[in-house]
Design a protein around this ligand. Structure first.
Ligand code: GAR
Length: 192
């Protein structure tokens, strides 16, 4: 099963997937970002599907259709979002139903959205964590596949807490993707 990673940040989770031996076939981003260089350094084809040509009001459906075309052309079977900065629209879930995964830096359903680490700190929680889940049209709401708790320390700021969470994500997300791929291979082979 061919795997694509969607990323918009530093690409440290992408790196961890490669380190874990996952066969990443393609990295797609929505903007110039460090993840492009990380992909290049690991010999992974990187494609930018920029948001710029999709109108001032951002035509999310058209953007998603373009992204899906890129994924389908690369014969991708499983999509792993790792800090991807664009919310995908229905066409992604039509084409890749049950085959888009996401990692989120909080214990969902707590702290969904783009500011999960800031929100956890602002609420004064003592424990947060990360969640790997199947992505659905509703952001950060799909079925949970794996979760792990991470302590919040008294002198944490957003950066230190996010880095502690990412340390866990770099292990948990590749493990979970591997399990999903093995399960899919078993189903195709008729052994599961
Ligand atoms: C990860 O912590 C991931 O959970 C988060 O972006 C980071 C990517 O790290 N995703 C979200 O916040 C999505 N809502 P990286 O750029 O170092 O790979």
């Amino acid at each position: 099963m061919r795997l694509a990673v969607l990323a918009s940040g530093t690409g440290s989770i992408l790196d961890a997937m490669v380190d874990a031996g996952l066969p990443v076939n393609l990295m797609v981003t929505d903007r110039p970002c460090l993840a492009v260089q990380r992909a290049a350094a690991r010999g992974i084809r990187a494609t930018i599907v920029g948001r710029g040509s999709f109108g001032d009001d951002f035509d999310r459906d058209a953007y998603t259709r373009r992204l899906v075309e890129v994924l389908v052309a690369a014969d991708i079977g499983l999509v792993a979002m790792a800090g991807f900065g664009t919310v995908l629209a229905q066409p992604a879930y039509d084409t890749f139903a049950g085959r888009i995964l996401n990692t989120h830096p909080a214990l969902l359903p707590a702290f969904p959205g783009w500011h999960a680490v800031e929100d956890a700190l602002a609420h004064g929680v003592r424990v947060t964590g990360c969640t790997v889940h199947m992505a659905t049209l509703e952001v950060d709401s799909g079925p949970i596949l794996a979760q792990e708790a991470v302590p919040v320390l008294p002198d944490d700021d957003v950066e230190s807490l996010h880095e502690r969470i990412k340390t866990v994500e770099r292990r948990l997300y590749p493990e979970t993707i591997r399990a999903v791929m093995d399960n899919a291979a078993g189903l195709i082979g008729g052994t599961a």
